[in-house]
Ligand binder design. Sequence first.
Ligand SMILES: Nc1ncnc2c1ncn2[C@@H]1O[C@H](COP(=O)(O)OP(=O)(O)OP(=O)(O)O)[C@@H](O)[C@H]1O
Ligand SMILES: [Mg+2]
Length: 298
Amino acid sequence: MEDNDWKLLKIIEISMKNHEWVPIQDLRRKTGFHEKEIVFRLGRLNKFKFTNKSNYGYRLSHWGYDALAMNAFIKKELIAGIGGKVGVGKEGDVYHVLLTNHREAVLKFHQLGRTCFSMGKRYREYLANKRHISWLYASRLTAAREFEVLNMLFPVVKVPEPIEQNRHAIIMGKLHGEELKRVNLLEINVDPEEFFWKLMVEVKKTYKLGIIHGDLSEFNILIDSEGDFVIIDWPQAIEVGKKGKLDKLPFEEVEYDEEFYLKRDIENVVRYFKKYGIDKDIDKLYNYVIGDITSENI
Ligand SMILES: Nc1ncnc2c1ncn2[C@@H]1O[C@H](COP(=O)(O)OP(=O)(O)OP(=O)(O)O)[C@@H](O)[C@H]1O
Ligand SMILES: [Mg+2]
C-alpha cells in the first residue's frame, strides 16, 4: 500500500456517508488523481479486498476498515508487529500485538454493534436509511464506548490498560492468562472463596465509579497462573444514575434498570462459583456492592 492508496481508501470511507457505492467520478474529483491512476489504485484496493466493486462504484469492505485502523496505529508508531488471534478457535477478533515500546498488548476489532440494547428507537430509525454504513457507525461506537469505560475504570479497577482507539479497534494491555471458565482454581492454588471476594471487591469498586459491567461472567474474567486477573469486555457497560449515555448521536435516552443488570452480573458470578461449593445470597451481595452492608454480614 502506497500513500496514495491510503488516501484513496480514506476518501472511499468518508464518501460512504453519502453513497452506498461511491461512483468512480466522485473519487476522481476528490482525489485529484488522473483516470489511469484511479483505475490502477482501485484495482490494487480490490485485489487486497479492501474494497468491493459493483456496477455503481466502490465501497469499503470490513477488511478495508480493519486496514485503515491498523494503518493509523502504525502511522502513530504504536504497533511494531501483529501476531495471531488470541485464544484458539475464537470468534472474536482479538489479536496479539507488539508495541514499539516492546510491550505486548492486544488489539480488539469490534464487529457490528452487538450492544444493540443500548441503542434507542430513534437511532435505529436514523440508521435504517443508512443501512450501508450502519456497521461502520455501530462498530466504531462500540469500540469508542469500551475505550471510554476502560478509561473511567483503569487503574482503580482491575481492567486491561486502555492504550489507544481508532475507528472500531482498540489496543489494550494484555493479561497472559485464560478465561476463568477454562481454569481450575484449585490447580493453580487459588482459594475459590478468596477469589470470589476479590471479584466482588472489583464489582463494588466499579459501581462506586458509577459503572455496571452488564455482561459479567466467567467468560469475561481473565486469570493468569499467579491468580492475577482482569475483567474484560466492557462495551455494554451502563452508567449508574444516568440515562443512555450514548446521546451524542440521535440516540434515544434509555432508562436502565440498574438493579436488574447489577444483580444479573452478581448472579452469574455466584452461579459459576457453585461448583467450588460456594453458595451466596444475591440480595445480600447486591447490598454489599451498593454499599449498604459489609462483607461480614454475608
Ligand atoms: N486484555 C486482554 N488480554 C488478553 N486476552 C484478551 C484481552 N482482551 C480480550 N482477550 C481475549 O479475547 C477474547 C474476546 O475478548 P472480549 O470478551 O473482550 O470480546 P468479545 O467481543 O466478547 O468476544 P467473545 O464473544 O469471543 O468473548 C477474550 O475471551 C480473551 O480470550
Ligand atoms: Mg467476551
